[in-house]
Design a protein around this ligand. Structure first.
Ligand code: ADP
Ligand code: MG
Ligand code: ZN
Length: 513
């Protein structure tokens, strides 16, 4: 970082100059943010020598991100994003995030890192600031061409990090910054990243040890283990639960499904198969393949598998706690983003837990198909009702308002049923039983999921999509089949056959790029 000592002028800790800065900020920044900035200056005093911290631009579970300005040696003023990690973050975790940025960042649409400050347990990662728009704010006005380019650039970032053996694990629009005017893109947030077996990021290897601790994945609440949510939502039409495995102490043994009473081979990312092992019949209980969960099953230990990320973007193998997870999980998330952009709905899947998320996937991709795929990675999914796979073009065009939807109702989303009195249940091998209500129709789903503002925005989107002329201009009336073919390949339920980032970039959809 090319910073001159002179740039401390106006932001030094020695009093009065800072005050004038504060006075300037006051009008724009809330009192809370001002206090946070104050706190950050105190926690990491070196920052004041370099930056004038202007605003808070992001706040998550693991960090707060600030906008800072620095004066460079040549006199230019430059903007930086300062990511202040929560002081309780594991040191290896922090170092791994930093190493992902330093090794893989700075090119191919992956955010780079400029500098890092630390004082005691406070760490601030300094990155070039990239102005960006939130997808939720612009989804209603995006052209098809913008969507095509957005996905292309996301795939480039994914190919790049996957080449280094980095699994991002939290691919979603908030972590892929998009500057619409400047056509710039940047993948951020390696806070949940993990390494593939042959990762080139040394510190990601060290994280493998951290993961062995039998507790929820780093810093994340395990939704499967919590008590059922208050039943404020409508009675479920379909419930999803994960059938407990036979009781074993070795998590590896749990990869073998007891569903068919014959063990299934586990497929890893590379497609290799482990030798078959048979599960003793006597170890399975009576509730097996029923819609109840017996006490034996209730007392079984949970399977420990990585499941960091955001429920609506999690791949089926993550949702069913498959222990072998690879870069394919990021490809699934990219597929969910594409589905969202093609249908004009964001978020597309909004699930409060993994089981609801899996039900939502089944509604779009089909229950039989999901069961089949899960079987291939050693999980038995049981579904009491067959949910047919939906045609992706029809689905997206219906949601865009380009096709009339049956009975003038929006296509039912995951867990949806018009017969709310019937309780249907599904079971999936290998997880904690929970009986949680799922949402009704997509309409309800959207209403629950968002504020009034969101509903207004949605209403606006719908009226926009109704306008034929505007559709023509934005290219939504001539989305090529290739777009839906790529979507289908990204949302491949089976991680082994799911398209890779390198393959996706070769897809006919991008032939001119
Ligand atoms: P978290 O782990 O808390 O999600 P992120 O790294 O995803 O942290 O950053 C949170 C938010 O801060 C991002 O969604 C983005 O809006 C903003 N942000 C992060 N890095 C940058 C950057 N380099 N430039 C501009 N904004 C950024
Ligand atoms: Mg983030
Ligand atoms: Zn049982």
């Amino acid at each position: 970082m090319d910073l001159s000592p002179a740039c401390t002028e106006g932001i030094s800790t020695d009093g009065c100059i800072i005050k004038s800065d504060r006075a300037q900020r006051k009008s724009k920044v809330s009192r809370d943010v001002e206090m946070d900035i104050e706190f950050l200056y105190k926690a990491v005093p070196q920052l004041a020598k370099v930056f004038r911290i202007i605003d808070k631009i992001g706040e998550g579970t693991f960090s707060s991100v600030y906008l800072g300005e620095a004066q460079m040696r040549d006199g230019r003023r430059e903007m930086f994003a300062l990511k202040h990690l929560i002081p309780t973050s594991h040191p290896t975790r922090i170092a791994a995030e930093l190493q992902c940025l330093t090794v893989a960042g700075g090119s191919e649409n992956v955010m780079g890192v400029t500098y890092c400050f630390r004082k005691e347990d406070h760490v601030v990662i300094v990155m070039p600031y990239m102005e960006h728009q939130a997808i939720v704010d612009i989804i209603g006005s995006l052209t098809f061409e913008e969507v095509r380019l957005y996905i292309y650039h996301l795939l480039k970032a994914l190919r790049h990090i996957h080449q280094f053996g980095i699994i991002h694990r939290d691919i979603k629009p908030n972590n892929f910054l998009y500057n619409r005017n400047g056509k710039m893109y940047a993948l951020v947030d390696f806070g949940l990243a993990q390494g593939t077996v042959d990762t080139q990021i040394e510190l990601l290897k060290d994280l493998t040890g951290l993961r062995k601790v039998p507790r929820p994945v780093f810093g994340e609440k395990n939704l499967n283990s919590c008590t059922p949510a208050p039943s404020t939502t409508k009675q479920a039409a379909i419930k999803t639960q994960l059938v407990k495995p036979v009781k074993t102490e070795d998590p590896a043994n749990r990869r073998y499904s007891s569903a068919t009473r014959v063990a299934l081979p586990v497929r890893t990312q590379s497609g290799s198969q482990k030798p078959q092992r048979t599960v003793q019949q006597g170890l399975t209980c009576n509730c097996y393949l029923t819609d109840r969960v017996c006490n034996i099953c209730m007392s079984r230990k949970q399977q420990v598998a990585p499941r960091a990320g955001t429920p609506g973007f999690r791949a089926p193998e993550v949702l069913t706690k498959c222990p072998n997870q690879g870069t394919a999980i990021d490809m699934w998330s990219a597929g969910v983003i594409l589905l969202s952009l093609l249908s004009g709905r964001y978020p597309f899947f909004k699930a409060s837990d993994d089981l609801i998320a899996l039900t939502q996937i089944m509604t779009i991709r089909g229950s039989r198909e999901t069961i089949q795929a899960a079987k291939s990675f050693g999980k038995a999914v049981v579904c009491s009702r067959e949910l047919p796979q939906q045609d992706l073009r029809t689905l997206c065009e219906t949601l865009r308002g380009q096709r009339p939807s049956p009975d003038d109702e929006v296509t039912p989303l995951p867990g949806a049923s018009r017969d709310s009195t019937t309780t249907r249940r599904q079971k999936i091998q290998d997880d904690t039983p929970t009986h949680r209500p799922t949402e009704g129709t997509l309409k309800q789903h959207q209403e629950h999921s968002g504020s009034k503002e969101t509903s207004t925005r949605l209403a606006k989107q719908i009226s926009e999509t109704d306008c034929k002329v505007e559709e023509d201009e934005r290219g939504w009336d001539r989305v090529p089949d290739e777009a839906y073919d790529l979507l289908d390949r990204l949302l491949d339920l089976n991680p082994v056959t799911r398209i890779t980032a390198a393959q996706a970039l070769q897809h006919p959809l991008f032939k001119d790029l």
